[in-house]
Design a protein around this ligand. Structure first.
Ligand SMILES: [Zn+2]
Length: 268
């Protein structure tokens, strides 16, 4: 049994396709977490298309899709996720920030409506279950998988996730802004003792003052914060289009190429 993490998209804001972005790829947020026999997809940015192609080679597909939020760089790969169009596949789609904003199904459907996109969500033939919850709720989704969530500080709301399996845990936090001089207890609770933390690094400290309206924390200070002794790994994530992956390379202990997996061995 293991907790296996695979990065399919690590960019924020918009997909990039210049030579400067090729080392770690130009796709926006999408991470696959395999927890024992269970698969989780974290966000559905443009990296989701490649994930879908990979899953199609494996045959029938069942997974949970957990959305941090629904700004477009986190959802615009969803219409290109081919397994969702295939009968007998099954997906549970969850979001923690839309209880009073129409719900996740409505938001995903809206981005696939005329005249924005020609193929409506109704053409997806997989068994699709849409589940909204309040950020901060926790879920025992399977006997051996628990998902802990926390509300994040971001325009229109966002949710951080912690996936626990067989004594190991991986945390995914992106698009959150800290209040200067004040700890974010929601974030600290989520990362406490985690084995692997994926954290936003869109801006440097120098850039942050002019970008704070985007609701995103600079990565350098955050990675200092998460590198408590309890954490064995942290990965800087969602570099902005202009950053050419500088933070990723400086902060990740073991920089990975897109599509490669990081495996946390667990006790069966
Ligand atoms: Zn956002």
């Amino acid at each position: 049994m293991s907790l296996k993490i695979k990065f399919w998209g690590v960019r924020g804001s918009i997909a990039c396709a210049t030579p400067n972005h090729m080392k770690y790829g130009g796709n926006t947020s999408c991470i696959e977490v395999q927890a024992g026999d269970h698969r989780f997809v974290l966000d559905a940015g443009t990296g989701t298309r490649s994930l879908g192609d990979s899953l199609m080679k494996d045959g029938a597909c069942v997974s949970h899709m957990l959305f941090t939020h629904t700004h477009w760089d986190h959802i615009n790969g969803f219409p290109f996720f081919v397994p969702a169009y295939i009968p007998n596949n099954s997906f549970t789609i969850m979001a923690g920030h839309l209880m009073d904003q129409g719900g996740i199904q409505d938001v995903l459907s809206t981005q696939m409506h005329n005249p924005v996109f020609p193929v409506p969500i109704e053409t997806m033939q997989a068994d699709m279950v849409y589940q909204d919850f309040e950020g901060g709720e926790n879920f025992q989704l399977f006997d051996d998988v628990r998902v802990v969530t926390a509300p994040l500080n971001h325009p229109n709301g966002a949710t951080g996730y912690r996936i626990e399996h067989a004594g190991k845990s991986a945390v995914y936090i992106t698009d959150t802004e800290h209040v200067e001089g004040k700890s974010d207890e929601n974030v600290l609770r989520l990362i406490d003792g985690a084995d692997f933390v994926i954290y936003d690094s869109t801006y440097t400290e120098e850039e942050f003052p002019s970008k704070s309206a985007g609701g995103i924390r600079p990565g350098m200070k955050v990675c200092v914060c998460v590198r408590k002794p309890a954490q064995s790994n942290s990965v800087s994530f969602t570099t902005s289009p202009i950053m050419k992956t500088i933070l990723w390379m400086r902060l990740a202990r073991k920089p990975r190429m897109p599509g490669t997996a990081i495996s946390l061995s667990t006790k069966a």
